[in-house]
Design a protein around this ligand. Structure first.
Ligand SMILES: Nc1ncnc2c1ncn2[C@@H]1O[C@H](COP(=O)(O)OP(=O)(O)O)[C@@H](O)[C@H]1O
Ligand SMILES: [Mg+2]
Length: 349
């Protein structure tokens, strides 16, 4: 990771509003439509293949939308197109109801963005870093700068550390400072590219709870991650990318309900137990010397679907199967991903 000096990190805080030189003007209201919507959005880099391939994305207002995919699957490329930082090769994108990059000057002041970690001046304090970001934003009112910087620091929990030099910040604090930079003005949408990347579990928890708070305030949050459990913990919706293509999108609950839980019976009579599980419609049965397991048919996330595991247990007992253990393994988004792509989820950095 980046050295804690000068410009820490190889990436930038995108002060999205810096692109807007015109300042406040009445913005066409996006109404109830999606906050982000793409049609056939594609990007082919000059060197290299199709990084994003025909992406149709719809991000509902008010959602915490997890843009999930292994490294190299096209997340950052998509985000750069959404923010007008690079041009699409084909297809279209609308953000807050307006075409991008065409309406960038109207749209970007309403969007806070943090892409791949903040670029900070290590020799400046957290507070001075924010003041500098704000000064670079032509739409920001210098008269309210001090107050807005203070509020942003407060919001990300850095008020007490505001006077310390940024190079003394932990990675998690730097990331929160990056978020504060994105929050110097009121935003309708936050776009966060891998906001917890490289953080320790404590730092990740801090970012996650901050994201929840922002969502509670009514800000739509679009965040990318290569970590499935992160998406499950914080997001209401998700889209899954693989090799530049959209694998699936929907609510996290829908997605998880598409996966099958696995029931495992520990018994000295696995063959007899197998017959019972089969009768109850369990699939992908696996037998070992002292266990048999099978997948429950899909159904609502918090029930066994059409099959109640308790009934299976009763049937096992009726069939004189000696049940020594009865377990249910929750299906995860990872299982869904593997089922949809036939591939494992590569979480290596
Ligand atoms: N500037 C670039 N020039 C050429 N290829 C690139 C560039 N940036 C990314 N890529 C390639 O595009 C694909 C998607 O990358 P990226 O959008 O960064 O994925 P992710 O953010 O999901 O890790 C990868 O194969 C990557 O190597
Ligand atoms: Mg990326």
């Amino acid at each position: 990771m980046a050295a804690a000096d000068a410009t820490a990190g190889d990436a930038t805080v995108t002060d999205a509003s810096a692109a807007d030189a015109r300042g406040a003007e009445p913005s066409p209201v996006a109404g109830g439509g999606p906050v982000i919507e793409t049609r056939g959005l594609s990007k082919r880099y000059r060197r290299g293949g199709l990084a994003v391939d025909g992406l149709d994305l719809a991000v509902p207002r008010g959602s915490v939308f997890g843009f999930l995919g292994p490294n190299g699957s096209g997340k950052t490329t998509t985000i750069r197109m959404l923010l007008g930082l690079i041009d699409a090769t084909s297809g279209s994108a609308r953000v807050l109801g307006e075409p991008m990059p065409g309406a960038a000057r109207r749209v970007l002041p309403r969007v806070g963005a943090l892409i791949e970690g903040p670029a900070l001046y290590g020799h400046l304090s957290g507070r001075d870093n924010l003041a500098r970001f704000d000064a670079a934003d032509p739409t920001a009112d210098p008269r309210t700068r001090g107050r807005r910087v203070g509020e942003a620091l407060e919001r990300v929990g850095l008020a007490a550390a505001a006077g310390r030099k940024a190079r003394a910040y932990s990675l998690g604090m730097k990331q929160r400072l990056g978020l504060a930079a994105a929050l110097l003005q009121p935003r309708e949408l936050l776009v966060l590219d891998e906001p917890t990347n490289g953080l320790d579990p404590q730092g990740m928890r801090e970012i996650r709870s901050l994201v929840r708070e922002l969502a509670d305030d009514g800000i739509t949050v679009f965040l990318s991650s290569h970590l499935l459990d992160e998406i499950e913990q914080v997001c209401t919706h998700t889209a899954v990318m693989n090799r530049g293509r959209l694998v699936t999108q929907g609510t996290v609950a829908e997605m998880a309900s598409g996966a099958r839980d696995r029931l495992t019976v520990t018994t000295p009579d696995p063959q007899r137990a197998r017959v019972v599980l089969k009768e109850y419609g369990l699939t992908d049965l696996r037998v070992t010397e002292e266990t048999v397991s099978g997948e429950l048919p899909p159904g609502p996330a918090d029930s066994g679907g059409p099959v109640d595991p308790a009934e299976v247990n009763a049937a096992l007992v009726r069939a004189d199967v000696r049940v020594r253990g009865f377990g249910r393994e929750r299906a995860s988004l990872e299982d869904v991903f593997v089922a949809l792509t036939g591939e494992g989820f590569d979480v290596a950095d």
